[in-house]
Design a protein around this ligand. Structure first.
Ligand SMILES: C[S@@+](CC[C@H](N)C(=O)[O-])C[C@H]1O[C@@H](n2cnc3c(N)ncnc32)[C@H](O)[C@@H]1O
Length: 485
């Protein structure tokens, strides 16, 4: 059974993932250098949204949490402890040290869960790759370093005092020297074919010429450690609006090279689920972990849209509330996550928050019940005690937003008076003639027992609130590679 965990990966790894149980780890942790580490959806017309949702602000700031993390690693001794102490001397107590202090115990856990034949790919950028390589050397030993893979992409911008920064880095380490590795080939370019492929004898190294010619003749050249894969263009079918989403083509290369069908692939920072989708495409099993309910919601949608309804039976979600007390706990610990979880259950998209244009709106659902029309459902989520004015306020927001339906999701059951007030809001009549209550009150307990919002069905919902991922087509070659020469 594949598993998707909601939670902090350090905690999830320690609590749930057994020693030597994973074949391949890919991680793409957030980093401050990359401003779009905040979850930021594109607007429906493709422009950048005002509604910026901070999924995890300042995860990597030097504070008591990172200081504790640092202390724990240092006290454990060994190479990692020495590397961290050296970093502290050199860097001081700054954001970079915080980042490395948060990464160190997680990398140690990742090594623990890897099988002896396993590999790990740490995706980062040149801002931190040099420090992370030292840390990876300390955790995995220098002799297990396999490659620094450069993912090169085209991105045109202005740069007057340095070259364009157009690559990411994937640090590839194995747990032991003997590790799973499948040779991947690349088609040789016409110029290479012309140089090495003909019958010319004017090469210094004839032996080499013969070898390359033989491989050409068969399956192409050995894949080098520079991969040229386009960034996902805005119009790419697989692009879902998650800003740090990586191309499936990249993940498929990693998985094809370092695992076999049936192997277990772990992504402890799984975002919108690119690794999980690629693993599923390639018949691998997978484990995903993410600290936001928004990511879990997106992944659920992505898997459903890509692989169809039967996918639901092949994985479990662990760490989401399954009872009212669970939901109360989540609301107490993290009101934002509670909101995202509740909105996720009804397929809504979180709104920016309480300020500005989105005042009073926690989430939105869109639907199209006739061609070229976009209708809206406004959601308000209340974790605390109920107040008589909640229904009235939401009615006001409904008018202001010209939305068709308003939904109040609450932990506490609404009073009789609130129900009466909701009932007096009348109905939204769809073009089909069917009527839907304009104000709907749903409790968390209703949600947990499977109740949803009453609004026009499947066809009207398609591709409306979240962009729909395309159906899986693993046999299709992804056309993302750029010529290297
Ligand atoms: C750069 S994104 C990953 C994007 C992903 N590769 C994709 O293609 O969608 C990093 C993710 O890590 C998650 N994250 C951050 N800190 C985490 C933690 N401590 N435990 C688990 N997930 C975490 C964030 O919520 C975010 O979704």
């Amino acid at each position: 059974m594949n598993s998707l965990y909601y939670g902090d990966n350090l905690d999830v790894l320690r609590r749930y993932i057994k020693d030597e149980s994973v074949d391949l780890v890919y991680l793409d942790p957030p980093f401050n250098s990359n401003q779009d580490y905040n979850v930021l959806f594109a607007e429906r017309d493709g422009t950048r949204s005002q509604a910026q949702i901070k999924a995890f602000a300042d995860t990597w700031k030097w504070d008591h949490v990172s200081a504790e993390s640092y202390q724990e690693v240092v006290e454990a001794g060994g190479a990692v402890s020495q590397a961290m102490q050296a970093f502290r001397k050199f860097l001081g107590e700054n954001d970079m040290l915080a980042y490395l202090s948060m990464m160190a115990p997680r990398l140690i856990e990742m090594r623990r869960v890897m099988k002896p034949s396993g590999s790990i790919y740490l995706h980062c950028d040149p801002t931190a790759s040099h420090y992370l390589k030292i840390l990876m050397d300390a955790v995995f030993k220098p002799q297990n370093f396999q490659n620094e893979v450069i993912w090169w992409y085209r991105k045109w911008s202005k740069s007057t005092n340095h070259f364009l920064r157009n690559h990411d880095v994937l640090l590839f380490y194995s747990k032991e020297p003997q590790h799973t590795f499948n040779i991947l080939r690349v088609p040789l370019s016409p110029s290479t074919l012309r140089r090495f492929g003909g019958k010319r004898q004017d090469f210094a190294d004839e032996e080499r010429t013969r070898k390359i010619t033989t491989d050409e003749d068969s399956e192409g050249g050995f894949r080098p450690d520079v991969w040229s894969i386009n960034l996902l263009p805005a119009a790419a079918a697989e692009k879902l609006g998650y800003p740090t989403q990586k191309p499936l083509a990249l993940l498929e290369l990693v998985i094809q090279a370092s695992s076999k069908p049936g192997d277990i692939v772990l992504d402890p920072f799984c975002g919108c689920g690119t690794t999980l989708t690629a693993a599923q495409n390639l018949d691998r099993k997978w484990i995903g972990i993410d600290i936001t309910h928004l990511a879990i919601t997106l992944i659920r949608h992505r898997l459903y849209d890509t692989f169809g309804p039967q996918i639901k039976k092949t994985y479990e979600i662990i760490g989401e509330p399954v009872s009212v007390p669970d939901a109360e706990n989540l609301a107490r610990e993290n009101p934002y996550q509670f909101q995202w979880w509740a909105l996720g259950l009804v397929g809504a998209r979180p709104a920016e928050g309480k300020k500005g244009a989105d005042k009073g709106v926690d989430g939105r659902i869109y639907f199209h019940d006739e061609p070229k029309s976009t209708r809206q459902i406004i959601l308000s989520v209340k974790a605390g005690a109920m107040h008589a004015n909640y229904v009235r306020d939401l009615r006001g927001v409904l008018e202001r937003e010209k939305a068709e339906i308003g939904v109040l999701i609450s932990m506490e059951a609404p009073t009789q008076k609130m129900r009466a007030e909701a009932a007096s809001a009348d109905f939204y009549q769809a073009p089909s003639g069917k009527r839907y209550p304009r104000m709907q009150l749903i409790t968390v307990s209703d949600l947990l027992s499977g109740k949803g919002i009453d609004y026009p069905p499947e066809d009207a919902r398609k591709d409306a609130t979240f962009k729909q991922a395309p159906r899986s087509n693993p046999s299709k070659t992804r056309n993302f590679e750029l010529p290297l020469d």
